[in-house]
Design a protein around this ligand. Structure first.
Ligand SMILES: Nc1nc2c(c(=O)[nH]1)N[C@H]1C(S)=C(S)[C@@H](COP(=O)(O)O)O[C@H]1N2
Ligand SMILES: [Mo]
Length: 534
C-alpha cells in the first residue's frame, strides 16, 4: 500500500513542471558547455558541434543535403532542428524522471556522449573537442538531479504548511505512513533559481571570454597595407544608367555568404598561420606579419557560387586587396605529379583547386575587401580569391594550409559529395529590372552578365515575348574578371510579357539554353521573367 501511495504522490505533481526541469537542465548544460568551449574552441559548443556534424554527414546518407547545405538558409534550419530535438528530448527526460529519476539522468549523460561523438567526427583533430559536450552532459545530469532533490526534499520530510505544498489536492497522510513525496514549492523555486543563476553566469562568462581576445578585436586593429598596384576608383560608366540598378561593387554587408560553418571561425590575425606543404620541395609557414610584408595588389573580381540557381544572387563583386599566390607556390617549389592545390580552412573544410591553368588566373591571398579587412564572415584574416572558378573550388575562407597534392590522394569536401573538381564559372546573365509590375509606357530591362572564365562579356541579348533577340546596351567592364551591367529600353504595352536574356563571352561563345541543375558544376539555361504591365 505504502509504495503505491508514494507512486501516486509523485505522479500527481504536474507534468509540465518536470518537462520544465528537463528543459532547464539542458539549458544549464548548454550554458556550461559553451563556457568550456570558450576555453577550447567555440566551434565545439554542444549544439553547434552536433549541427556541424549533421551538416557534414556522409554523402550516401544525405545525398540531397550536399546540395542544400550550399544554400544560405539551410544551416540555420539544421541548428533549429538540433535545438528543437534537444528541447524535446530534455523535456521528455524531465517528465520521465518524475517516476524514474535514474532514467532521466541517464538520458542527459547519453546526450552528452552524442555531442562528444559529434565533436570527434569534426575534421579538425583536437584532443579537447569532446570535452565541452561531456561536461555539458554531466552538467545536465547534475542539474536534473539537483532539481529533483530540491523538489523532493530528503527525509525526514514534513508536510509543512499547506500553502507550501505544490499540489495541495493530494490526499493527506498520517505521519506514520511512508515519507510524503509531494513536490515542495520552496524547493522547486530554489532549485530553479540556482540553475538559472549559475547557468546565466556561465553563459555571460562564455560571452566575455570569447569577445575579450577575439577575431572582432583583431579585425578592428588590423591595418591594411598600401598596395604596390592600386586601382583607380571605378568610373561611373561601369554602372548602367538605370534607376534602382544594384551597385557594380557589392557592399560587404550585402555580399552573399556561403560556407559550411555553423559557428563562423574566429581567427585572430596575430595567431593566424598559413603553411605550404605536400608535394613541394621547400615547405614553409608564414604569419600574418609575413603576409603584410609581401607586395599587395588590388583587383576587382566577381565571385560566384556553383549552387547559384539561374537568376539567383549568390554572386557578388568586390575590390579585393591581396598578395599574388603564385610567387609563394614558386617559393615552395611544386614537385612534378601534383595536380591540385588542396586548401584547408581552420574549421577543416577543404577545397580542391586545379593546378592546371592556375597561374593565368592570378590567384590571390586576399586580406582586404572593398577597403576593409575581410569581414569575419568572408574569411578574416585571409582567404583565397581566384577569378573564373566557382567558390567551392577556389575561394577558401579562413585558409590555414595549402597543400600540393593529387585528386586521387586527397579528395576535397565537395568532391566526396558528388561535385565536380573542374568547374570554371559558366558564362551567364541575370535580369534584375524591372522588379514587380510595370506601368504602361517607357521602361527599362536591365541586369548583369558575366564570363569571368571567358574573357568577359561581349554581348547581351534580350528577347521579349519570344520575339527576335535584341542587343542590349553594355556598361563598361573594368576587367573581364568582373560582371558587366546591361540595359535595354522597352516600351511597355499592357498585358503580361515574357522576358528572356542571354549573354555571349568575348571568345564568341553564347551561353547555352539547355536547362541543367547546379550539381555538379553549375546551372545552365536562360534567366526569364514574367512582367505584368498595368
Ligand atoms: N572555409 C570555407 N571557405 C569557403 C567555403 C566553406 O564552406 N568554408 N565555401 C566556399 C563557397 S562554396 C563559396 S561560393 C565561397 C563564398 O564566399 P563568400 O561567403 O565570401 O561569398 O566561399 C568558399 N569558401
Ligand atoms: Mo559555393
Amino acid at each position: 500500500m505504502s509504495v503505491t501511495v508514494v507512486e501516486e504522490q509523485r505522479t500527481s505533481s504536474p507534468t509540465w513542471l518536470f518537462a520544465l526541469f528537463g528543459f532547464l537542465a539542458a539549458g544549464f548544460a548548454v550554458a556550461v558547455g559553451t563556457l568550456v568551449a570558450a576555453f577550447v574552441d567555440p566551434a565545439y559548443s554542444p549544439i553547434e558541434v552536433v549541427a556541424s556534424t549533421a551538416i557534414d554527414l556522409p554523402p550516401q546518407a544525405v545525398k540531397e543535403w550536399a546540395t542544400s547545405t550550399f544554400g544560405t538558409a539551410s544551416k540555420s534550419v539544421v541548428v533549429g532542428v538540433v535545438v528543437v530535438a534537444v528541447i524535446a528530448i530534455s523535456a521528455w527526460a524531465g517528465v520521465a524522471s518524475r517516476t524514474r529519476p535514474r532514467l532521466g539522468i541517464q538520458v542527459m549523460l547519453i546526450a552528452g556522449v552524442v555531442g562528444a561523438v559529434a565533436a570527434l567526427l569534426r575534421p579538425v583533430d583536437a584532443l579537447l573537442a569532446p570535452v565541452p559536450s561531456l561536461v555539458a552532459g554531466a552538467s545536465a545530469a547534475l542539474a536534473l538531479w539537483w532539481l529533483l532533490r530540491m523538489a523532493w526534499p530528503p527525509q525526514p520530510a514534513t508536510l509543512g504548511n499547506p500553502s507550501e505544498v505544490f499540489a495541495p489536492d493530494v490526499p493527506t497522510f498520517d505521519a506514520t505512513v511512508e515519507t510524503p513525496k509531494e513536490v515542495s514549492r520552496r524547493g522547486v523555486l530554489l532549485g530553479i533559481g540556482g540553475v538559472v543563476v549559475i547557468g546565466g553566469a556561465a553563459l555571460a562568462s562564455a560571452r566575455w571570454l570569447t569577445t575579450r581576445a577575439s577575431a572582432v578585436a583583431s579585425r578592428v586593429g588590423a591595418v591594411l597595407p598600401r598596395p604596390v598596384e592600386s586601382l583607380a576608383p571605378l568610373p561611373a560608366s561601369v554602372q548602367a544608367p538605370v534607376p534602382d540598378m544594384r551597385p557594380f561593387i557589392t557592399p560587404n554587408a550585402d555580399f552573399y555568404r556561403i560556407d559550411t560553418a555553423v559557428i563562423v571561425p574566429q581567427v585572430m590575425a596575430e595567431e593566424w598561420t598559413l603553411s605550404f606543404d605536400g608535394m613541394v620541395r621547400r615547405p614553409f609557414t608564414i604569419t600574418y606579419a609575413d603576409l603584410l610584408s609581401m607586395p599587395m595588389v588590388e583587383r576587382d573580381i566577381t565571385i560566384m557560387c556553383v549552387s547559384n540557381p539561374i537568376g539567383g544572387d549568390l554572386i557578388g563583386t568586390a575590390r579585393w586587396l591581396g598578395t599574388p599566390l603564385m610567387p609563394l607556390l614558386e617559393r615552395a617549389g611544386l614537385e612534378p605529379g601534383a595536380d591540385q592545390l588542396l586548401s584547408t580552412s581552420v574549421d577543416g573544410w577543404t577545397c580542391s583547386t586545379p593546378l592546371d591553368g592556375l597561374g593565368e588566373a592570378e590567384p590571390l591571398l586576399a586580406i582586404g575587401m572593398n577597403g576593409e579587412p575581410l569581414p569575419i564572415d568572408h574569411g578574416f584574416p585571409v582567404r583565397i580569391i581566384i577569378p573564373g572558378l566557382y567558390g567551392f573550388i577556389s575561394a577558401t575562407k579562413w585558409v590555414t594550409r595549402i597543400q600540393a597534392t593529387t585528386y586521387a590522394a586527397e579528395p576535397a569536401y565537395w568532391t566526396v559529395r558528388g561535385w565536380a573538381t573542374d568547374a570554371p564559372v559558366l558564362t551567364g546573365s541575370r535580369i534584375d529590372l524591372p522588379r514587380g509590375d510595370v506601368a504602361v509606357g517607357p521602361s527599362v530591362i536591365a541586369g548583369v552578365a558575366w564570363a569571368m572564365a571567358g574573357d568577359g562579356i561581349s554581348r547581351v541579348e534580350v528577347s521579349i515575348d519570344e520575339g527576335p533577340w535584341q542587343e542590349a546596351n553594355l556598361a563598361e567592364q573594368p576587367t573581364p574578371r568582373t560582371w558587366r551591367q546591361w540595359w535595354l529600353d522597352w516600351e511597355a504595352t499592357p498585358g503580361r510579357h515574357g522576358i528572356v536574356v542571354r549573354a555571349t563571352n568575348a571568345l564568341g561563345d553564347t551561353q547555352t539554353s539547355e536547362v541543367r541543375d547546379v550539381v555538379p558544376s553549375g546551372a545552365t539555361g536562360y534567366d526569364a521573367r514574367v512582367i505584368d504591365v498595368v
